[in-house]
Design a protein around this ligand. Structure first.
Ligand code: 5AD
Ligand code: SF4
Length: 483
């Protein structure tokens, strides 16, 4: 029996349990999945929700749900603290209710110290699993129901990738699609390679099949996901077992991207994240020549100092990064480039930090995500000397934010007065009668329109620039679009 078939059986058993519960108690069991962290985790959570829905659980808010799953992140220490806070709040409710089940999963669970802590101090948590076995959710829940014990199932490495798991998409019109898992880069500050394992690419046929299915379901915008999409195809999943499928130099990320664009139904194709060391000329060409690919690339620089980059093991220099950026912008001048920057990496001098400020000035980013360095146990940088003083970090962080806000505002202003295609995404929570949407550049725009337009791409005049977002006006094709 394949892993997938085995899991189908567990889903069936879970669903029988729910039926019996309904007959006895006159109500259906509910669930809530709380997700922290990155796009990968959000995508994994759609899989968890898919399994729960298939079993027959009904979605509910976290303060009322019977089954609560926390899909955790551990990229920075404050992400870990968040989980413990939530668990503390739930303790009383869990101990008083025999129907309730708390499950925790995701990156944090791959850390042995976390598991030890949960075993000792959080005995009321029912099910614990890691990043490599989310497909086993139903099995682990059944095991808990049948034994009443705390079930902990964390693997050190990925054994296989289970295709065809059910998925409950949060948005009908857009979806993420994993093209690869894990990371081989070992940036010295980063815990991802330890908690997500070695880089494994899915085979093109599986990816394209899933993409076609999503397009058939009405998805208009697809986001290809990987920690480093530019090394797609270097290590295939099946390599570990059969050794048959080797990297094909003629089929890497640019070719895959071009093939995804050929699928009818998609109007927008996005991808993230791009490591600057691997972004090829061919990829730039594919983006430039393909109107479906959004003019938007996330290209994290992390620091503007070549010396800090060396100690971060980023494998490029400031000069390489800037020449890559120039190449991209020369070929696609209006492109939006976004970045991540870490402040306070061990040994970062005032001069290093100023190099980061000047890089931000020169780069012309549309958006920058700024982070304070957080030591992660087990990563090389956690034991580097010359830790930076907290006050110094705070001061640098504030200065960086000012530079980032000023320069990104200047850059985003280029759209003012232009009419751009906008994917209508949600009802505006603050202004009645308004919706929010996104341009292909990733810029958010608020405008008055009928909520029935959600999921459609409409022309919007980018009327008023408000910093990182716009107030806009729909360009009417017919009156009904507004009211
Ligand atoms: N401390 C601070 N920021 C980090 N990032 C990754 N690891 C750390 C860390 N230990 C940031 C990087 C990365 C983003 C997803 O998170 O900038 O690109
Ligand atoms: Fe972490 Fe570096 Fe891999 Fe990104 S490329 S996930 S920062 S190790």
């Amino acid at each position: 029996m394949s892993t997938f078939e085995k899991q189908k059986e567990y889903i069936e058993r879970l669903s029988n349990y729910i039926k019996t519960y309904r007959e006895r108690n006159g109500r259906t069991l509910t669930y809530s999945v709380e997700t922290f962290g990155c796009q990968m985790n959000f995508h994994d959570s759609e899989r968890l929700e898919g399994i729960l829905e298939e079993a027959g659980f009904v979605k509910e808010s976290s303060d009322k749900a019977d089954v609560i799953i926390f899909n955790t992140c551990t990229i920075r220490e404050n992400a870990n603290q968040k989980l413990y806070g939530h668990l503390g709040t739930l303790k009383k409710r869990r101990l008083e209710s025999g129907d309730m089940m708390i499950c925790i999963c995701g990156c944090m669970m791959q850390e042995p110290t976390v598991i030890e802590n949960i075993r000792k101090k959080y005995k009321y948590v029912d099910v614990v699993f890691g990043t490599f076995n989310i497909h086993k959710l139903a099995e682990l829940m059944v095991r808990h129901i049948e034994t009443g014990e705390q079930i902990i199932d964390v693997e050190k490495e990925a054994a296989e990738h289970v295709e065809d798991l059910p998925q409950k998409r949060k948005y009908s019109y857009k979806s993420g699609l994993n093209i690869m898992y894990g990371c081989n880069n070992f940036c010295t500050y980063c815990i991802v390679p330890y908690v997500r394992g070695r880089e494994r690419s899915r085979i093109p046929e599986d990816i394209l099949e899933e993409a076609r299915r999503l397009a058939g379901d009405g998805v208009k915008e697809i986001m290809l996901l990987g920690q480093n999409v530019n090394s797609y195809g270097a290590n295939f999943y099946t390599d570990m077992e059969s050794g048959i499928l080797k990297a094909n130099p003629d089929y890497s990320f640019p070719e895959l991207l071009a093939d995804v664009c050929k699928i009818e139904g998609f109007e927008r194709v996005r991808f993230m994240t791009s490591h600057p060391k691997d972004l090829s000329d061919k990829l730039i060409e594919v983006i430039a020549e393909n109107p479906k690919i959004c003019r938007s690339v996330h290209l994290p620089v992390q620091s503007g100092s070549s010396e800090v980059l060396r100690r971060m093991n980023r494998k490029y220099t400031r000069e390489h990064y800037m020449s890559l950026l120039k190449k991209i912008k020369d070929r696609i001048p209006d492109i939006s480039v976004t970045s991540d920057i870490i402040v306070g990496f061990p040994g970062e001098t005032e001069e290093d930090f100023r190099d980061t400020l000047t890089l931000v000035e020169e780069a012309g980013y549309d958006q920058v995500f700024t982070f304070i360095y957080s030591p992660r146990t087990g990563t090389p940088a956690a034991s580097y000397p010359d830790k930076i003083d907290e006050d110094v970090i705070k001061d640098r962080f504030d200065r960086l934010l000012k530079t980032v806000n000023r320069t990104t505002n200047e850059r985003v202003k280029r759209f003012e007065g232009k009419t751009l295609p906008v994917l209508v995404e949600e009802i505006d929570k603050d202004i009645p009668g308004y919706v929010t949407g996104k341009t292909e550049y990733g810029t958010t725009v608020h405008f008055k329109a009928n909520e029935r337009l959600i999921g459609n791409i409409v022309p919007v005049l980018m009327k008023e620039h408000k910093g990182f977002y716009y107030m806009g006006e729909i360009v009417l094709q017919n009156e009904k679009e507004v009211d």
